[in-house]
Design a protein around this ligand. Structure first.
Ligand SMILES: NC(=O)c1ccc[n+]([C@@H]2O[C@H](COP(=O)([O-])OP(=O)(O)OC[C@H]3O[C@@H](n4cnc5c(N)ncnc54)[C@H](O)[C@@H]3O)[C@@H](O)[C@H]2O)c1
Length: 318
């Protein structure tokens, strides 16, 4: 785990660059929008609610978009690239929904099963769960990443995609199992895509926030944490990590994959495959250490076997 020093000065001038931020109307996404605007980027906010009026003028636009709707996402990308004629240099998939429901998944798990055939038949008549977290946090993000990749692949300058995951990707919380599952899936999506996207000049990385004082948390939660002396981040702080991830570079890959050859000493590429944990006012990159300690938790022999298998199954044309 490496501590990172990230300040506003770490972000380059983004004049001439275009960024899309989902969930950019509030909290962490709004923090990222403000950082992007402060550094000169043109920003499109895709959200189901409009942003505060003061961020809209003159360099940002709001496109009402429910990211769980494929057609809404396609319309938004079409508007950005065709109507506005913009490239997509930075795509931040940040919109997400929490899991604060009294009729919780866990409570449903422990509802006694029906005890006769007709009760089973009645249960089959209605799906009790819409799994909103899967629709928004996972499906919406997968579709957003696909569309961003399709646009960036056509651009000579490529682009950077950053996902807002969560600490629950590493420390799942028993009170929010579906949310934790979706955020774990986003961390694994980054791990699965980071070896391939750079072949198309595209990078993918993530940010895993611990508690941040935003509308997502019931207000008593950050208050209670602060009273206990526990760290709480601001939306702007986490937003800074998102924009850093979209603009930083690295001198080594987080991990060589399959047929990858070791990189040269003067290697430089976009920040890729990394996830920054934000906690209080700190930033920590966590994926590198996870990779470095694989032999400890996966087993040295199993690691060797898995790496050999990956060489055989690596589909990339390298
Ligand atoms: N606040 C925290 O403690 C915390 C911790 C870890 C991860 N996160 C993640 O950070 C991200 C941002 O959340 P936040 O804390 O800023 O909360 P927030 O509620 O302040 O912001 C979420 C934004 O997403 C938008 N949104 C929700 N559903 C949407 C949809 N279907 N389509 C488009 N936009 C939608 C909301 O309108 C809102 O503007 C989320 O992915 C969340 O899971 C938050």
């Amino acid at each position: 785990m490496a501590s990172l020093t990230i300040t506003e000065a770490s972000i380059p001038d983004l004049s001439g660059k275009t960024a899309i931020v989902t969930g950019g109307s509030s909290g962490i996404g709004l923090g990222a929008v403000q950082v992007l605007l402060d550094h000169g980027a043109r920003v499109f906010i895709l959200d189901i609610s409009p942003p505060p009026a003061d961020v809209l003028f003159p360099h940002s636009s709001y496109i009402h978009t429910d990211i769980s709707s494929w057609s809404a996402l396609v319309s938004a990308f079409a508007a950005i690239t065709q109507t506005h004629g913009c490239a997509v240099d930075i795509a931040i998939a940040n919109a997400g929904v929490g899991e604060f429901d009294e009729n919780s998944y866990l409570a449903q798990c422990f509802n006694p099963a029906p005890d006769d055939a007709s009760a089973w038949a009645a249960l089959g008549q209605s799906d009790p769960w819409a799994y909103k977290q899967i629709e928004v946090n996972l499906k919406g993000t997968l579709n957003f990443v696909m569309l961003a990749t399709r646009v960036m692949k056509t651009q000579k300058s490529g682009g950077s995609i950053v996902l807002t995951a969560s600490t629950t990707a590493y420390f799942p919380e028993t009170s929010i199992p579906i949310y934790s599952a979706t955020k774990g899936a986003l961390a694994n999506l980054i791990r699965a895509l980071h070896p391939t996207l750079p072949l198309h000049n595209i990078a993918i990385s993530g940010v895993a926030p611990s508690a941040a004082d935003t509308a997502m948390l019931p207000p008593e939660v950050p208050k209670a944490l602060v009273q206990l002396g526990l760290p709480v981040s601001t939306g702007r702080h986490v937003g800074l990590a998102l924009v850093y991830s979209a603009t930083a570079t690295q001198s080594e890959r987080v991990e060589d994959y399959g047929k990858d050859k070791p990189v040269s000493e003067d290697y430089r590429e976009r920040w890729n495959g990394r996830i920054i944990h934000t906690i209080g006012d700190e930033f920590w990159e966590v994926e590198q250490k996870l990779v470095e300690t694989r032999a400890l938790w996966w087993g040295k022999g199993n690691l060797d076997l898995t790496m050999k298998q990956r060489i055989i199954t690596d589909p990339r044309p390298i």
